[in-house]
Design a protein around this ligand. Sequence first.
Ligand code: AMP
Ligand code: MG
Length: 468
Amino acid sequence: MTQFIAARRHEELGAEFFDPVAPADFPQNILRHRDQRWAERIGLGHLSDEEWLRHFGRFEPLPGSFERPLALRYHGHQFRTYNPDLGDGRGFLFAQCIDPVDGRLLDFGTKGSGRTPWSRGGDGKLTLKGGVREVLATEMLEALGVYTSKSFSLVETGEALYRGDEPSPTRSSVLTRLSHSHIRIGTFQRLAYNEDEESLRRLVDYAIANYYPHLAGAADPAAALLEAVVEKVALLGAQWIAAGFVHGVLNTDNINITGESFDYGPWRFLPHYDPEFTAAYFDETGLYAFGRQPDTLAWNLTRLAECLLPLSSIEALEPALNTVWPIFRDALPRAILRRLGLEPGDADTNNGFVTAFFGFLSTSKAPYEQFFFDWRGGALSAERAARSPAAELYMSEAFRPVANALESFAPSADVNLEHPYFARERPRTMLIDQVEAIWAPIAESDDWSLFQATLKEIGEMREAYGVA
Ligand code: AMP
Ligand code: MG
């Protein structure tokens, strides 16, 4: 049996970085979701549901963990306006552990666990629908090969919440995510804003020691860290595009310095390719629209570079920052080819394919996910694609360049078209109507069967795509 390896590294940063807090005392604790696969991986698979609720509903410390949860301090740019009044206002760092498989330092971070010094006027709570949506987003993204936080636990908490964007009163929940760090660009911004150079240096050292240990001993730690973060965040941008995902709120406080996607609010998946497609109703200008995400990540990374200036120099930071676009341009075709189960070729071949791919999806309005499903393994899937609901589009003149380009790539070893998932007519998707359809029976009659069946289906998709 895997042993749970607790860690309490975040405490080492010192009192300047967090506030010890108490969890809310919830009237009810009803287990709605536990990620048993990840629980087993980190050595918590043996917990009974009762024990689980003690830790992830009432937040009794895990063995070897912090005595009290830590509400983390941070600032951030929200829709490009600087906000020094952020911080963990409805969540905290509950515990940390080491992933026994790859040695990563993982965080248990909550959403909806009650008020903290950073709650301002908020109630510190999460709606059940918000919790359900985060579970669906993370399960889908993981299956589609996006580096994402996991929704480790979702517990319904028996309160009635009032929200402007949901029919109210609405049910409440507390989510625990399993995440590779909760240090955000905004964590650095706060220290730069406070002109606290000593803490800034400590945070850089901490980030290197815990998340980028191969950079230990770098002559310019800040520049080395920036270069590493730029790479990870640019890769994430490529993965979101390849998954057809719009995060929705790409504020600097929602960008993890490990490049892990996290904090899912008004997210959406694209029905078909549309760079203007916007997730959040309050994003009136489309600042965080699908096609603007890479640009936004680049803007956010520039904010990180600015914070690091006191520890480094423009001459050292600028070259790191200038790698955003080259890395993204290289990563985008790779991410798309990876989803298609095709081995990348040289840069020209890859780029030629991507141009044809977006050209076709843009003019044909073919369903985005269907394309990846239909053409998994490229030419290997030609017969399957001919039976697809989108088959007619693949016979059009507009598809010819894509068909030609597909021929240039060999299928990857992990393509497994024998998997029953590929016998379906349509792929598992998570468009907004489907999300609402999963929520409706829960809201109307507390019927969780569609939610559970959906998670099972997503699990099959993950297996079919060979995601470990
Ligand atoms: P988010 O949009 O979830 O990234 O949150 C932005 C900021 O608002 C963070 O500082 C959150 O902690 C805070 N916040 C969001 N919702 C609430 C709430 N219901 N109660 C208290 N703080 C909240
Ligand atoms: Mg956030």
